[in-house]
Design a protein around this ligand. Structure first.
Ligand SMILES: Nc1ncnc2c1ncn2[C@@H]1O[C@H](COP(=O)(O)OP(=O)(O)OP(=O)(O)O)[C@@H](O)[C@H]1O
Ligand SMILES: [Mg+2]
Length: 269
């Protein structure tokens, strides 16, 4: 019985989706763009992908074309009124759990709940066997929503703009990961990597920032940097992922390369 239990756990783990929180405590650093593009890239490779919009700004939901999703969203699910099976939406090869503005109230409303940082984990568990990758787009703060994302994730992927002030946000998210590990919220959480966005290799400042982070976080910097590419912004405005909008764009190429590095890192872990 005991052996059977262990075996079934091993099988479940082997079949369990790699769950990646895309997080940064600063706003406008490329979290949503990275979640949507990486998720679409993985789906394009044939992986089963679920993306979760955990940000009340709803940028991922709208940016991927899920305009005014009718009915329940992550908000109602966190309150226990619906399951993820009931609210997930099918996109261009991937699924999405949509967000709504009401999610901004969840932080306060759920703050006194028992196990409040594991609500998302509880909702996701039944689905983890049905996907290869689950990507969670976090809001730009360390509230209950980000904590829920970190509690259920194997990895954190940190995008950051190539600017000096972004380094501070990187230190903060690194500290939060250590706290989540130390307080047994999720001892297995690992920093998957850091990716610089809106990178211009002709700029000395940008090359300096790349080198600084590479030295401070050995092995964590992705080789690929994401170039500034207007198609990435346009795609979100028209509500398409970058591969549907402009598959030949620099943005699509850079995120394809990021996907390859992500797959390498996860396979070699
Ligand atoms: N490589 C890029 N080239 C051009 N524009 C980009 C690029 N990456 C992101 N953007 C644009 O920059 C803005 C901020 O990006 P994004 O929304 O992904 O950041 P965020 O970290 O999710 O922000 P927030 O913290 O508000 O959720 C968006 O308008 C997006 O379209
Ligand atoms: Mg965002």
């Amino acid at each position: 019985m005991y052996i059977a239990h262990i075996v079934s756990n091993v099988i479940n783990d082997a079949m369990s989706a790699h769950t990646i929180a895309v997080a940064q405590l600063k706003g406008g650093e490329g979290k949503t763009t990275t979640t949507g593009a990486l998720g679409a890239a993985l789906a394009g490779e044939g992986y089963r992908v679920l993306m979760i919009d955990a940000d009340p700004q709803t940028n991922l939901t709208h940016g991927l074309g899920f305009v005014d999703p009718e009915g329940a969203t992550l908000y109602e699910a966190l309150h226990g009124r619906v399951t993820f099976e009931q609210i997930r939406l099918a996109g261009n090869g991937y699924d999405l759990i949509p967000a709504s503005l009401s999610l901004s109230g969840a932080e306060v409303e759920l703050s006194s709940r028992m196990g409040r940082e594991r609500l998302l984990d509880g909702l996701l568990r039944p689905l983890k066997g049905s996907y290869d990758f689950i990507l969670i787009d976090c809001p730009p703060s360390i509230g209950l929503l980000t904590l829920n994302a970190l509690a259920t994730s194997d990895y954190v992927l940190v995008p950051m703009q190539t600017e000096r002030h972004s380094l501070k946000g990187l230190q903060e998210i690194h500290r939060v990961i250590e706290l989540v590990q130390a307080h047994d919220i999720n001892a297995g959480l690992a920093l998957l990597g850091i990716v610089l966005v809106k990178y211009d290799r002709r700029k000395i400042l940008h090359r300096d920032i790349y080198e600084t982070i590479r030295e401070e976080y050995p092995g964590k910097m992705f080789d690929i940097t994401i170039r500034t590419n207007i198609a990435l912004a346009e795609a979100q405005i028209v509500g398409q992922d970058i591969f549907a909008y402009q598959p030949e764009s620099n943005g699509a190429q850079d995120y394809t390369q990021l996907m390859r590095e992500v797959l390498d890192r996860i396979e070699n872990r």
